[in-house]
Design a protein around this ligand. Structure first.
Ligand code: FES
Ligand code: FES
Length: 160
């Protein structure tokens, strides 16, 4: 057993006991009980496991937890604030931008990072930001509409 490793998850300090080479994804799901982040491929090919690390989209399936000391991780559970959905979550619901939903946690995280950096992304910029994400259900057009709708909501004052 390694010494505890401290970092923050969704604004809360955590100290985990996992081995240093354990992937962040398994620590989130199995040690911290945050099951919103999904396992798809385990090889950075599908985006299901995407989280934010210090605000940057990062594959959690291959990220050794020992690299996270002092860093800030945000998962899909951290998007809603004070019981209010993130504008992206609301827009995805409004646009019904999901079918099985397996891919959505990861897509939401990449989209949240995009809107933070680029509040008015073009359709191409949205597609590029979401390129690491595979969705077998064919929701791509709805996802792009939802991201555009969230961008408009944030521009109109919705807090992200
Ligand atoms: S599970 Fe990480 S990219 Fe597929
Ligand atoms: S909604 Fe099913 S994989 Fe994307």
């Amino acid at each position: 057993m390694s010494e505890g490793l401290a970092f923050s998850v969704n604004g809360r300090q955590v100290c985990v006991e996992a081995e240093g080479d354990a992937p962040l994804l398994s620590v989130l799901r199995d040690e911290l009980g945050l099951r919103g982040t999904r396992f798809g491929c385990g090889t950075e090919q599908c985006g299901a496991c995407m989280v934010l690390i210090d605000g940057e989209p990062s594959f959690s399936c291959t990220r050794p937890v020992e690299t996270l000391a002092g860093k800030a991780v945000t998962t899909v559970e951290g998007l809603a604030q004070n019981g209010t959905l993130h504008p992206l979550q609301q827009a995805f619901l409004d646009e019904q931008a999901g079918q099985c939903g397996y891919c959505l946690s990861g897509i939401l995280m990449s989209a949240a990072a995009l809107l933070r950096k680029n509040p008015k992304p073009s359709r191409d910029e949205i597609a590029t930001a979401l390129d690491p994400h595979l969705c077998r259900c064919g929701i791509h057009n709805r996802v792009i509409r939802a991201v555009q709708k969230a961008a408009a909501a944030i521009a109109g004052g919705a807090s992200a």
